[in-house]
Design a protein around this ligand. Structure first.
Ligand SMILES: Nc1ncnc2c1ncn2[C@@H]1O[C@H](COP(=O)(O)OP(=O)(O)O)[C@@H](O)[C@H]1O
Ligand SMILES: [Mg+2]
Length: 249
């Protein structure tokens, strides 16, 4: 592993109640990369994102984030790593009783930020980035699904993470909102130099937001490489993308 790796999975195994989910998987994501994880439902894509933020621990092998083995960290060290990682969870809920502004400010207040000017600067900057600065005084109930997702993203960005994890960011959104989220993910990577790891079932989104894909199925990594090469040449990826996935592959 080199210094330029944001995330490395080294022979990682994890399962629940004796049922394996991943067995001895290996992959790494370079700093500045934009990678999409693909795979049928239940193959452990969300589990991989949770392993990266230390919400789950591997049963075997090593998960390294910014060159640190997250299993060997104490709670304080883990918090320091987590502060560098933003996570847009599937169905990430906003706090209904807080304004858009306070939702985005929340992680800053939680980490003990007291400087109101600094908070305001960051909140407005992130709201502008997602194109919703005009909604700062509104409440979540007044927003569309796509707008809520973008506020969730602004909230994740408020802590200025170096690595962003997206779990099915376009699921449930209309096509315009979905493409809007794609554009934001691309901008974060290309203009802000953020490393992004996304999970999606939306192939159009996967094609747009990342040059590299990793396909998981049956507890294994089935493919890993340049998306357009995999789509052209890899039978497993082609079957997955065209909806002809067979369980025995
Ligand atoms: N905390 C948990 N406890 C028990 N089983 C879990 C837990 N998290 C995930 N699983 C199981 O692990 C498998 C992979 O889940 P998940 O990562 O959510 O799949 P995906 O995101 O690829 O659809 C599923 O069978 C799921 O039920
Ligand atoms: Mg999932």
């Amino acid at each position: 592993m080199t210094d330029s790796e944001a995330v490395t999975f080294d022979e990682v195994s994890i399962g629940f109640n004796g049922n394996p989910v991943h067995e001895h998987i290996n992959f790494s994501v370079e700093t500045g990369d934009s990678v999409t994880l693909l795979g049928p439902s239940g193959t452990g894509k969300t589990v991989i994102l949770k392993l990266i933020v230390g919400l789950l621990k591997p049963l075997g092998g090593k998960v390294q984030v910014f060159n640190q083995n997250i299993s060997s960290l104490d709670e304080e060290e883990l918090q320091q790593i987590r502060a560098r990682v933003g996570f847009l969870f599937q169905g990430a809920a906003l706090f209904d009783s807080l304004s858009v502004y306070e939702n985005v400010a929340y992680p800053l207040r939680e980490r003990g930020e007291k400087d109101e000017q600094r908070i305001e600067g960051l909140v407005i900057e992130k709201l502008k980035l997602v194109g919703l600065d005009s909604k700062r005084s509104q409440y979540p109930a007044e927003l569309s699904g796509g707008q809520k997702k973008r506020i969730g993203l602004a909230r994740a960005l408020a802590s200025e993470p170096q690595l962003m994890l997206f779990d099915e960011p376009t699921t449930g959104l209309d096509p315009t909102s979905a493409r809007n989220i794609d554009s934001l993910i691309i901008r974060l990577n290309e203009e802000h130099g953020m490393t992004t790891i996304s999970v999606t079932h939306d192939i159009e989104s996967a094609r747009k937001i990342s040059k590299r894909w990793i396909l998981f199925a049956d507890g294994e990594k089935k493919a890993d490489g340049l998306a357009r090469e995999l789509e052209a040449n890899d039978p497993a990826v082609r079957d997955f993308v065209t909806g002809n996935w067979r369980a025995e592959l």
